[in-house]
Design a binder for this molecule. Structure first.
Ligand SMILES: Nc1nc2c(ncn2[C@@H]2O[C@H](COP(=O)(O)OP(=O)(O)OP(=O)(O)O)[C@@H](O)[C@H]2O)c(=O)[nH]1
Ligand SMILES: [Mg+2]
Length: 229
């Protein structure tokens, strides 16, 4: 049987010090999906992330000398550089299953947005932190009601969109993005055309096995600010 061609798909991967993960991820994507484009948007890693990504066959956007750094602005620049019909955003630390790219692509043929929805989120957070997170997400759902959008996992970092729609929201609402924040999906969902169909695709979120997390309290603040935008 002939393998499906993925020339209509670009995977955008924001990275910061992911040399232990990125080569493996890019290689697996390349091997599994014929014709797929991969853009790694690196914010000035101090390790060999950029070299490893290039070696495995990704295009690399080097943001080392940019005035603003952040996951959100990196994803935006990756999307702006994408020329394919569909774009899929995923982390560079192997926490998002690359096997799901096939299913996301298939679903994108029938709806405009597909969000990877975490079935089980493994973490060792204390009780108060888990409660804070639940409350923040609840506020986010209320905010999206105003936009007429329903999405189960509004803070997911694993999602796909028709590139054109994503680019339109970025162009029209650039000032509404928390550029240094983490929640580029939430910032985009708020300004999708009313009634946009969002498909929820379940997956298991793995624990990070290599490298370290970059999320910190500043990002929580950016998210709260984003609720008001
Ligand atoms: N370009 C860019 N990438 C970033 C930045 N911060 C984090 N990343 C990347 O974004 C992805 C998600 O970051 P993580 O630190 O793994 O966040 P997380 O998955 O919520 O946290 P863990 O579960 O602890 O891994 C990873 O590929 C990071 O390398 C940033 O400021 N700029
Ligand atoms: Mg991670």
């Amino acid at each position: 049987m002939e393998k499906t061609n993925y020339a209509s798909v670009t995977v955008v991967i924001p990275t910061l010090n992911e040399e232990k993960n990125i080569e493996k991820l890019v290689s697996l994507l390349k091997q599994s999906y014929k014709g797929i484009q991969i853009i790694v948007v690196d914010d000035g890693s101090k390790d060999k992330t950029q070299e490893a990504a290039k070696k495995a066959g990704a295009k690399v956007i080097d943001r080392t000398n940019k005035p603003i750094h952040g996951l959100c602005i990196s994803v935006i620049e990756g999307i702006q550089a994408a020329t394919t019909e569909y774009a899929i955003v995923m982390d560079g630390d192997m926490q998002h299953p690359y096997e799901k790219v096939a299913e996301i692509t298939e679903k994108l043929k029938h709806c405009q947005v597909v969000v990877g929805t975490r079935e089980q989120v493994l973490n060792d957070w204390p009780f108060h932190r888990r409660m804070m997170s639940k409350l923040a997400i609840l506020f986010g759902h209320f905010r999206l009601l105003i936009s007429g959008i329903y999405c189960k996992d509004i803070v997911s970092g694993f999602f796909g969109m028709h590139t054109k729609i994503f680019k339109e929201v970025i162009a029209k609402r650039y000032d509404k993005y928390e550029l240094k924040g983490y929640k580029v999906l939430f910032d985009t969902l708020k300004y999708l055309p009313k009634g946009t169909k969002v498909y929820q695709l379940k997956y298991d979120f793995g624990l990070r096995s290599e490298g370290v997390s970059k999320i910190n309290y500043k990002h929580v603040l950016y998210y709260f600010r984003s609720l008001l935008k």
